[in-house]
Design a protein around this ligand. Structure first.
Ligand code: CDP
Length: 217
């Protein structure tokens, strides 16, 4: 892409995509978009309106009316919203309504680090650099459980493990833009790495591939 740099960060639930993407954005001076928050915001609107998450047309209408302020709503990281977001995200109509928002964001100079499920495969297949961040499901469930408890949700570990496994399955098996590793993605397994080690590894690759002078501050 001319004049802008897009870095795609995809992967399954709670693999550490968001933390990595935020860190890379700060270090490169690129903007950051957590595309999951877009799906979560649509899920919140669907729940609030009492619509059926299985009704593609009703969900599409909510997606079309989404405004940037909706991404700031409280409670979007709650487990229930996460679960409904992966149901509404399976509708082709919903994805089509949201893809332009993401492309506009990425195309705005100087570019962006965008994390999600289909950024390197569908939204920005020509991204300058693609990461696929993953970890063993138990490690991911432990991280998400800690995160939810620290934010005040009363929830047991096995329910988190179950929800994550279900969401992974739904995200991977859906027909439209399923979660999958792009052929040209760099894979980072975060099972045994802390956030700092993941960031260092990724920034080394950014330096090698994109050149330190052009992006790293
Ligand atoms: O943070 P977490 O890994 O729990 O998920 P998220 O990134 O907040 O995404 C929530 C849900 O939105 C996912 O389970 C997907 O179903 C959907 N999503 C998607 O379909 N495509 C994206 N680019 C981002 C999220």
């Amino acid at each position: 892409m001319d004049g802008v740099i897009v870095i795609a960060v995809d992967g399954p639930v709670a693999a550490g995509k968001g933390t990595l993407a935020r860190h890379m954005a700060t270090r490169t001076g690129l903007r950051h978009l957590d595309s999951g928050m877009i799906y979560r915001a649509v899920a919140a609107l669907v729940l609030e309106a009492g619509d059926d998450a299985g009704n593609a047309q009703a969900c599409r209408q909510r997606a079309e009316r989404l405004v940037a302020a909706d991404l700031e709503r409280p409670g979007l990281r709650d487990q229930e919203i996460g679960s409904v977001s992966s149901r509404i995200a399976a509708h082709r109509e919903v994805r089509a309504a949201l893809v332009e928002f993401q492309r506009r964001f990425g195309a705005t100079p100087p570019g962006a680090v965008i994390d999600g499920r289909d950024i390197g495969t569908v939204v920005f297949p020509d991204a300058d650099l693609k990461f696929f961040v993953t970890a063993h499901v138990r490690a991911r469930a432990e991280r998400r459980h800690r995160e939810l408890v620290s934010r005040g949700e009363t929830i047991d570990f096995h329910s988190v493990l179950h929800e994550i496994s279900e969401r992974d399955r739904r995200d991977s098996e859906r027909t439209w833009a399923p979660l999958r590793q792009a052929d040209d993605a760099v894979v980072i397994d975060t099972t045994a790495l802390d956030a700092r080690a993941v960031a260092e590894k990724a920034l080394d690759i950014v330096r090698q591939r994109l050149g330190a002078a052009s992006v790293l501050s």
